[in-house]
Structure formats: C-alpha cells, structure tokens
Design a protein. Structure first.
Length: 208
C-alpha cells in the first residue's frame, strides 16, 4: 500500500426491527474488539441541552417535547412522531444529515479491519450506500410485540403502531447481506456473531 494511503475499514451496517436484538448484537461485536458506531447514541449526543439540533426540534415541535430540565423529552417526542408521519419527516430532516456527518467523521478515524455501524432505520433512511455489507438481526413480528410489551410496558396495539412506523420486515431482509435469526437465547446470538466476526475479518483482508 502506498505511503500515506489508509485502508478504509470494511463497513458493516447492523440493522433490524425494534426489539429484534440489535443492541445485544452490537455488544457482542464490541466484546470481540470491533469498533461500533451507534447512531442512536450519536442522536442522543446531538440533542443535548443547548445544542443546535435541540433548538431546531423545539422550534418545530414546541416546548411540549422538552422536559423540566430543558432537555429532550423522548417519550413525548416519540408519541408525537408516531401519531404524525409529517412530524416524523420533520424530525428526520433535522437529525439525519447531522447523524450521517457524524458517522462519516468517525469512520474516517477508524484504524481497524472492519467496523459495525448500528443504524435502526438503515432502509427507511436510504443509507444502505453507507455500508459494504448489511447485517439484519431478525425476529418474527409476534416476538417483537412480546418483547416490546414486556420491555416498555406498553400494550399490543401500541407495539403494533411502533412496528408500523418502521420499514416492513421483508424490505429489511431484501437489503441484507447476512441475516441473524435472533429467536434463540443470548448464547446462540453471541455464537453467531463470533462466526460473522471471522467472516468479516476475512472479507476485510481480501478487500485490502
């Protein structure tokens, strides 16, 4: 490789429906020493009190989406955007360009064979071009609903409304390079991630 030219890491976008197990899959990759960029974490950083993004969100949605401390009330904002597709589009117009820039800045600093970028709305945002490979963590809708009702304390109707706001399962699977069936237990998921880690390291080496 010529001096001064840096090998770009293989980029694996990790996605999946809500309550499919993306976070646990990301933790499994991180435990193997893989750099993980989490777009949800970036989004939280972007809306810290005093941030330009939070100011734009307040201007678009009013004080009803702010908590007593002046920070973002995520629950209130979530309820607003799930009830109003146009509101969701306004929020995405504020956040998505900022998140994308932050992801690309972090990718430029990575010195590893490959990295994982967790993007829950990869397909919906049209960000498949960000990645060399797309890993979908998948479970049937009935499993998502069971996990959501147990995890978030909501009823089945509210869980279905959340699922309806995301891309359909078939569309996500169609974008996948690899698929992890996460209907099993945590141990099964971690075993599958270790296998994928070997695959991605080999692919990164071949790419280099």
């Amino acid at each position: 490789m010529p001096t001064g030219v840096r090998h770009r890491p293989l980029v694996v976008a990790l996605t999946g429906g809500i309550a499919s197990g993306k976070s646990e899959a990301a933790r499994a990759f991180a435990a193997l020493g893989v750099p993980v960029i989490d777009t949800d974490r970036i989004a939280r950083e972007l809306v810290r009190p005093g941030s330009e993004a939070l100011k734009e969100i307040r201007a678009a949605f009013g004080d009803a989406v702010l908590g007593p401390d002046g920070g973002l009330d995520r629950r209130a904002l979530r309820a607003r955007i799930f009830a109003d597709p146009a509101a969701r589009e306004r929020l995405e117009a504020i956040l998505h360009p900022r998140i994308r820039r932050a992801v690309e800045e972090r990718l430029a600093r990575i010195r590893a064979p490959y990295c994982v970028v967790v993007v829950p709305l990869l397909v919906e945002a049209g960000w498949t071009d960000l990645a060399d490979r797309v890993l979908v963590v998948d479970v049937p809708e009935k499993v998502q609903i069971r996990r959501l009702t147990g995890r978030d304390g909501i009823d089945a109707a509210a869980a279905r409304a959340i699922l309806a706001a995301q891309s359909g399962r078939a569309r996500r699977l169609a974008a996948a390079t690899e698929i992890v069936d996460n209907t099993g237990d945590r141990r099964a998921l971690h075993t599958r991630i270790r296998s994928l880690d070997r695959l991605y390291r080999q692919a990164a080496g071949a790419g280099a």
